[in-house]
Design a protein around this ligand. Structure first.
Ligand SMILES: [Zn+2]
Length: 125
């Protein structure tokens, strides 16, 4: 069961293991290709022409073409130093990022995740 998932996650050390564990348990994937930037939802929702957005897409493309992931997650979290804005604003950014990823990668399911102040993971509908 060499199943992969692709995660676009913050670089913050507090969010790595919760996201990996959530993906392994919820989606039954063994490995997570982890693509990290500080506050990636900021770039995917509002600055898609920024070089960091291009870099994220480059790495998602590599993950998809080589590891055939079962899906992609995009995350935001409490107390993000790369994206210091409110939870409400970050939820909007997650939804926008999810829509952009759905447009770019229509063959894969995309999931938005929010990590709260206890770093518990919640799916953003
Ligand atoms: Zn962060």
């Amino acid at each position: 069961m060499n199943s992969f998932f692709t995660a676009i996650n913050c670089m913050d050390g507090r969010v790595q293991l919760p996201v990996i564990k959530y993906i392994q348990e919820k989606f039954n994937a063994l490995y997570v290709d982890m693509i990290t930037e500080p506050g990636p939802i900021l770039y995917l929702s509002e600055h898609t022409e920024h070089q960091l957005a291009s870099s994220i897409f480059y790495r998602v493309d590599l993950s998809i073409s080589n590891h055939n992931p079962k899906g992609i997650v995009i995350t935001g979290h409490y107390d993000c130093i790369g994206n210091p804005t409110s939870e409400d604003e970050q939820i909007i950014q997650i939804r926008k990022s999810k829509a952009i990823l759905e447009y770019r990668y229509p063959e894969l399911p995309i999931y938005g995740l929010w990590l709260d102040d206890n770093f518990n993971v919640h799916e953003v509908g």
